[in-house]
Design a protein around this ligand. Structure first.
Ligand code: FAD
Length: 387
């Protein structure tokens, strides 16, 4: 057993312990069923909220825990190591809608939505992607048109994590001239709540992995939004969303590290138990090398992630390192879970053991909040910044 690479404070150790205990008692008994049935259990939101895990990065003045990013990521890794679906809920809520309200909302919006979100009473979602606007998010076509003081929204958002269950949805919509085909400048962020008439839940996706997280389309049909629900300045919503995604990528990286770690731990245990040729398979060098490479990559991914988290907490820009962290962690998760299936042999290919689920869950970390290709574009662009 290796000693942990990161020096943890007493508080971090305690939060890690609480998260691990929560994951083992509240998630582990149900995770296989949620995966099999593609079932989202709303009661998890209240349980996460009771622990303060839905307001980890929100200052105490707004009813959050006011923790640093590293501590939040440690808790997220523990949750992800047991259930990647609950981890994505925790990541989206903590880094996207709550951070947008904290950074760009006014006092009334923080009072009305951020505080109950930090207490875990309201669940937040983030709606940027559309059927025709994924990696090229600035080409989104969801349109908001002013009508008196209100805005009227029409369009469709795709792939919205827990969108059918969210109480507060941060929606990016075009507010420049109707029919504009492209451009980040004419996009505004709106707070959409389910009580507003004209919000419909569309198709529920039938996914390869992350099946305990419900992913839906949201359809806006003459959805009337009052001026109090406009976040920050009209026309700056795309910038707000991109800044929040810099943080969000750290959360997804932590989710990926958690999945990879779980696959490594399961493989270490299995290689000890499984015997072939009258010996445990851990005695074969081919298996030892796999386990060693898996451990190297998990630790490297976590180390880069936590160095990036420390940069963020020092107030330094993390666009490049956030992308690097997400890229390394998600590709690590995919590679490590593939090795884990191999270590398990045929037993890795069936649902009796969790490694096939880790393998399916890992894939999405290379796709959402910017695909691996988009992360490479961001990193390469940053290499030329200021030259
Ligand atoms: C389970 C799940 C949950 C999600 N949750 C949310 C959510 O809560 N909110 C939200 O707004 N969105 C969410 N998304 C959407 C997600 O962010 C997008 O799927 C992602 O950004 C990719 O967009 P796309 O699927 O349209 O792929 P596309 O953009 O069509 O990409 C297809 C392929 O082309 C590549 N590609 C695209 N452009 C380039 C380029 N310039 N150079 C090189 N390669 C390129 C991509 O990397 C990819 O390999 C979720 C997605 C999934 C699968």
């Amino acid at each position: 057993m290796l000693s942990p690479l990161l020096p943890l404070t007493e508080e971090q150790r305690e939060i890690q312990r609480v998260a691990r205990e929560f994951a083992r008692s509240e998630l582990a008994p149900h995770v296989a069923e949620w995966d099999r049935e593609a079932k989202f259990d709303r009661s998890i939101v209240g349980k996460l909220g009771a622990l303060g895990f839905l307001g980890m990065l929100i200052p105490e003045a707004y009813d959050g825990l006011g923790l640093d990013t590293a501590t939040y990521l440690l808790a997220l890794e523990e949750v992800a190591a047991v259930d990647a679906s609950t981890a994505v809920l925790m990541s989206v809520h903590n880094s996207l809608p709550t951070q947008m309200l904290l950074q760009f909302g006014d006092d009334a919006q923080r009072e009305r939505w951020l505080k109950p979100m930090a207490r875990g009473e309201l669940l937040g979602a983030f709606a940027l992607s559309e059927p025709e606007a994924g990696s090229d998010a600035a080409s989104l076509q969801c349109q908001a048109v002013r009508d008196g003081d209100d805005w009227v929204l029409n369009g469709t958002k795709s792939w919205i994590s827990h969108g059918a269950h969210a109480d507060v949805i941060l929606v990016m919509a075009r507010t420049d001239r109707p029919g504009a085909r492209h451009g980040s400048k004419g996009i505004t962020a709106f707070v959409v709540t389910p009580d507003l008439a004209g919000l419909k839940v569309g198709k529920k996706e039938n996914k390869l992995g992350l099946r305990g997280s419900e992913t839906v389309q949201l359809v806006f049909d003459d959805l009337r939004v009052p001026p109090a629900n406009v976040l920050g300045e009209v026309g700056r919503g795309f910038i707000y969303a991109m800044q929040s995604l810099d943080n969000g990528r750290l959360g997804i990286a932590s989710q990926a590290v958690g999945i990879a770690r779980a696959a490594l731990d399961a493989s270490v245990a299995y290689a000890d138990d499984r015997r072939q040729f009258q010996q445990p398979i851990k005695s074969f060098q081919a298996i030892q090398f796999k386990l060693a490479d898996m451990a190297v990559r998990v630790n490297a991914a976590r180390a880069l992630l936590h160095a990036s988290a420390a940069m963020k907490d020092r107030g330094e820009p993390i666009t490049a390192y956030g992308s690097m962290s997400k890229l390394l962690a998600s590709e690590t998760a995919m590679w490590v879970t593939t090795q884990a299936v191999q270590v398990f042999g045929g037993y890795g290919y069936v649902k009796e053991y969790p490694v096939e689920r880790y393998f399916r869950d890992a894939k999405v970390t290379e796709i959402y909040e910017g695909t691996s290709e988009i992360q490479r574009i961001v990193i390469a662009r940053e290499l030329y910044e200021g030259r």
